[in-house]
Write a protein that binds this ligand. Structure first.
Ligand SMILES: [Mg+2]
Length: 348
């Protein structure tokens, strides 16, 4: 299905010449696994990203290779091994199946997914930021006004008017908690440092995600980490736990996403590995429905920051799951697994 955005969405890596561009629709794939014996329908979602060489066609081709008879809600280990062997790569598609398996198992034993990982979730405690895409300063002011209920914002930077956009944001929300995300915008360490020093004049930026491309040499990252006035968070540089030693050297924190890690299980491992290495952690998202957002929220206890707002940016979410009250997340009581409900639509 195509997720409709409330606002045109632009980030540094998708800007056109002159900083224009952006999009109003993102395609995702929702998978359902039906167990005849128990009557349980389990769901997962793939929000494929071209940044990680995935698209809807690739996800559908992967799903076409899956023999559902080899998947068992009661045997997550062997189901996961089977899914992994189907093909290399495909983290978003594999993640959708990992999610659906956990949804099925959670429903079967009537437990929330966080309990399956030995974690707690305190309703109303975890706080997500709300993201503001790249735009012109006037529109930024409008978006920040609309987002006035959120105590924490994330501003996308790496466009032609970052400082003006930051000033515009501060003119509306002088004290809001603020994070920045450059999405690999700056090509050299010197260019990145110049931008970071200017943006640091704000005085209250918590961290910046991915100022340089993930392909930048390790020595450039170490150079930048030593000098940056703002803590550096790896996003595109941290896909799975395998990237942890690089990120420990080059960053202060990491952003884990279900879609790039390959589901809840590898995201759990990526968060644990990062914490063991002394890195701060965040759970982030793509433009997603409440399936992926709710699934990620179950791992909130393993994070220092949350950026789970993908479902808040769309206008046609088919599900409700984790709720967001002025940025604070809560699950509905007494619902197993992800805590999802299908939102009834009027017949057309
Ligand atoms: Mg990011």
């Amino acid at each position: 299905m195509g997720l409709r955005l409330a606002h045109k969405w632009a980030i540094a890596s998708r800007l056109g010449p002159g900083g224009g561009g952006g999009t109003v629709e993102f395609p995702v794939v929702i998978v359902e696994l039906f167990d005849e014996q128990s009557g349980i329908t389990a769901r997962g979602e793939a929000a494929p990203s071209s940044r990680y060489n995935e698209d809807v066609e690739g996800c559908l081709a992967f799903f076409a290779k899956v023999d559902a008879a080899r998947l068992h809600f009661t045997d997550l280990e062997s189901s996961r091994r089977y899914i992994d062997r189907i093909a290399l790569g495909h983290p978003a598609a594999k993640g959708a199946l990992d999610m659906a398996m956990l949804d099925g198992y959670g429903q079967m034993i009537s437990q929330p997914v966080h309990k399956l990982f030995g974690l707690d979730f305190t309703n109303g405690a975890p706080l997500t930021s709300f993201s503001i895409g790249i735009d012109n300063p006037e529109t930024i002011m409008e978006k920040v006004r609309e987002a006035s209920v959120y105590p924490c914002l994330k501003l996308k930077v790496g466009g032609p008017s970052d400082e003006a956009n930051l000033s515009a944001l501060r003119s509306v929300a002088p004290r809001v908690r603020l994070r920045l995300d450059a999405n690999e915008a700056w090509g050299s360490k010197e260019e990145a440092l110049t931008h970071l020093e200017r943006l640091a004049n704000d005085g209250f930026v918590e961290f910046i995600e991915q100022p340089m491309p993930a392909s930048a040499p390790r020595s450039d990252w170490i150079w930048l980490k030593e000098r940056s006035p703002i803590p550096l968070m790896a996003d595109e540089s941290y896909q799975t736990a395998a990237d942890v030693s690089f990120c420990q050297e080059c960053f202060h924190a990491v952003n884990v996403k279900l879609v790039k890690a390959g589901g809840i299980t590898p995201a759990f491992e990526a968060l644990q590995a990062a914490r063991k290495s002394g890195l701060k952690t965040m759970l982030g998202c793509m433009i997603e429905t409440s399936i992926l957002i709710s699934a990620a929220a179950h791992l909130a206890e393993l994070t220092d920051f949350l950026d789970l707002d993908g479902n808040l940016l769309i206008t046609n979410d088919p599900f409700s799951g984790v709720s967001c009250d002025r940025g604070f997340l809560a699950f509905p009581r007494n619902l197993p697994a992800f805590g999802l409900r299908v939102i009834p639509r009027p017949a057309t």
